[in-house]
Design a protein around this ligand. Structure first.
Ligand SMILES: Nc1ncnc2c1ncn2[C@@H]1O[C@H](COP(=O)(O)OP(=O)(O)OP(=O)(O)O)[C@@H](O)[C@H]1O
Ligand SMILES: [Mg+2]
Length: 365
């Protein structure tokens, strides 16, 4: 069953053309994973498909109820059934103090509770713990409607998708199969493009070589041999005039062939994220952050009870645990200089928040 149809879509932000494609249909059997680099237009596409954003050109037709799970916004509904709430391990009412993963779980429960025929989900696995991701994959596989999911989680896409939609330079391209199948097709495409590019460069070089050779011949013909009388020289010039013209014609022909070669672009390299970490200001303390006898409760919920830890210099530590267990709380306590936590003198702490509130503060200042 056709659920979403769009035609001739163009979307600009300022003078930047973000999306520019002719046609897209979403049917009830579709399980589409949406991929593309940061800023490619994935969120913009889902916003347009859910009618939350108007395209500058083209039409979107919806033939069903759409539920939307946003990466950064609160759930579309404030209340969910107790059945869904218990299945996803959250309360029945939206509350701002929920942890990042609990908020995503709530949004998911709300979308599944909504009798929708399409779920559009923008990075639904971000912040969710392993068990939550398993549960989500299971629920998505059971779901009867169409599914369109933006995710950078390849395993997740492998589990739930039967189609991958890739956005690149504003264009969309659909690939059959899950993420692994898409990746294999991309590797082939890339290899073919690289080969075609190399052949193009080789052929162009060869033709340029042919031109150079021809031009050298023309030049040597123009030279009148030394020690030749005037009349002889005239004869010499008359004689080869024809072949000189033929050579010049040949040069023109080869130049035309170069012009008509189908130009192959060099395949693009994927941009890499570079972190600029400075080597200076090394710390000499053995322990950089130390927590002793940490106790923390929210209402009746005990988060830490006489907990202790040490983070050693030069170590790279992952903080893991199920949603809502207190990972962000611990980091916030470190950042807020909690009395139970000691930080080595001179240590500078960089902090990247799950909820992007630091970015908001930077933007506001
Ligand atoms: N409201 C807006 N005003 C101006 N520019 C915008 C707006 N929304 C998005 N953009 C720009 O459009 C481009 C596409 O953004 P979009 O959020 O759709 O990307 P994305 O593929 O979802 O990226 P990510 O993987 O980082 O989530 C980006 O360059 C972004 O800066
Ligand atoms: Mg996005």
């Amino acid at each position: 069953m056709l659920l979403i149809e769009c035609n001739n879509i163009k979307k600009y932000f300022g003078d930047k053309l973000i999306l520019d494609f002719e046609h897209l249909e979403v049917h009830s059997e579709d399980r589409i994973g949406v991929v593309g680099i940061n800023g490619a237009g994935k969120t913009t596409l889902l916003n347009i498909l859910s009618s939350r954003l108007e395209p500058d050109e083209g039409q979107v037709k919806l033939y069903g109820r759409v539920a939307y799970i946003s990466q950064l916004e609160p759930a579309e509904r404030q209340n969910i059934s107790s059945e869904m709430a218990s299945r996803f391990g959250v309360g029945t009412v939206w509350n701002e103090h929920m942890s990042g993963g609990e908020k995503t779980r709530f949004k998911l429960a709300a979308a599944l509770d909504d009798n929708s025929s399409v779920i559009l989900a923008d990075e639904p696995t971000s912040n969710v713990d392993m068990e939550g991701i398993e549960l989500m994959a299971e629920k998505f596989m059971e779901y009867n409607g169409a599914l369109m999911v933006i995710s950078h989680d390849r395993n997740f896409l492998d589990k739930i998708c039967n189609e991958i939609l890739e956005i690149e330079d504003g264009k969309i391209k659909l690939y059959n199969g899950n993420y692994s199948a898409y990746r294999d097709q991309k590797i082939h495409e890339r290899e073919r493009a690289q080969l075609e590019y190399e052949e193009y460069v080789k052929e162009k070089k060869r033709l340029e070589g042919v031109i150079e050779g021809l031009k050298r011949n023309v030049k040597s013909m123009r030279k009148t041999p030394k020690r030749m009388g005037n009349s002889e020289a005239r004869l010499h010039k008359m004689g080869p005039q024809k072949s000189q013209a033929a050579l010049e014609r040949a040069v023109k022909n080869v130049e035309k062939r170069i012009q008509h070669l189908e130009v192959k672009e060099k395949p693009k390299e994927q941009p890499e994220i570079k972190l600029d970490i400075q080597e200076g200001d090394r710390l000499h303390s053995k322990i950089i952050i130390e927590g002793k006898n940490i106790t923390k409760v929210f209402g009746e919920k005990i988060i830490f009870k006489e907990a202790s830890f040490s983070i050693y210099n030069n170590s790279k530590v992952a903080l893991i645990g199920p949603n809502g267990c207190g990972k962000t709380t611990l980091i916030k306590m470190i950042m807020d200089n909690d009395a139970s936590i000691r930080i080595a003198k001179g240590a500078k702490i960089g902090y990247f928040s799950q909820e992007m509130d630091i970015l908001n503060k930077i933007l506001a200042s």
